[in-house]
Design a protein around this ligand. Structure first.
Ligand code: B16
Ligand code: MG
Length: 215
């Protein structure tokens, strides 16, 4: 084990908020007579709020002004916040708490690099806010994933170079961001989609034994 920090994505790695994003986006899309299914939602993994909205609105024949877009993004976020109000420690994905304990026991810094501006609320609901030595503020990061900015922001906060850090991601754009930051990547999900990761695990349950202990 030769890394000094482990930087986590949130949605799809620590918890599965993707489903709540889906419900909120689908409600918005249907209110505009736009079809929106699970396959569309997969395209939005790790993608920021306005970019996700643009993807959905592109499926409509009509044009939307900037102020309409702001209003729609706000509406989706209000619905999303309603949905995540009930998040609790029971919503942690399997294997994440043992991974945190293992990292903490070795003095490895633990960071969060989520594109979600709601990340602080989510980690509070999960009961893990204290685990993180640093949480990136998505609202202040210039370029979203696949740009390396958010992972570099966390490394900088720790005073570390990219090669001293590893990142854990479920989105292809996220793995690209980690590699562009000069870090090693553990991907969670489909091997073909996450082909650029150094290690790919189908699920989070073996993150420690087949991911962190091996990378
Ligand atoms: P918000 P992650 C991402 O979280 C989600 O995967 C993505 O679906 C969402 O649009 C994005 O956060 C922005 O979220 O609207 O709450 O700011 O995977 O980077 O943890
Ligand atoms: Mg994710």
């Amino acid at each position: 084990m030769d890394f000094k920090a482990c930087i986590f994505d949130l949605d799809g790695v620590i918890t599965d908020t993707a489903h709540y994003h889906f419900l909120a986006w689908q409600r918005l899309a249907h209110s505009l007579d736009i079809e929106f299914g699970l396959t569309d939602n997969d395209r939005l993994k790790g993608v920021g709020r306005m970019e996700s909205l643009e993807f959905i609105l592109a499926k409509s024949a009509r044009a939307f002004s900037d102020s309409e877009k702001e209003q729609l993004a706000h509406q989706k976020n209000e619905d999303y916040k309603d949905l995540i109000r009930e998040i609790s420690p029971a919503d942690m994905l399997p294997g994440i708490i043992p991974a945190f304990d293992w990292l903490k026991g070795r003095g490895v810094k633990v960071g969060l690099a989520s594109a979600s501006r709601n990340a602080p609320v989510v980690i509070k609901g999960l009961g893990i806010a204290d685990v993180f030595d640093y949480v990136a503020d998505a609202g202040t990061i210039p370029n979203g994933k696949p740009a390396p900015d958010i992972f570099l922001d966390v490394a900088n906060a720790f005073g570390l170079d990219g090669h001293e850090c590893i990142g854990v991601e479920d989105a292809a754009a996220g793995v690209t961001a980690i590699k562009a930051a000069g870090m090693r990547a553990i991907g969670i999900g489909d091997r073909d989609v996450l082909a650029h990761a150094d290690i790919v695990l189908a699920k989070t349950d073996r993150l420690l034994s087949e991911g962190l202990e091996r990378i």
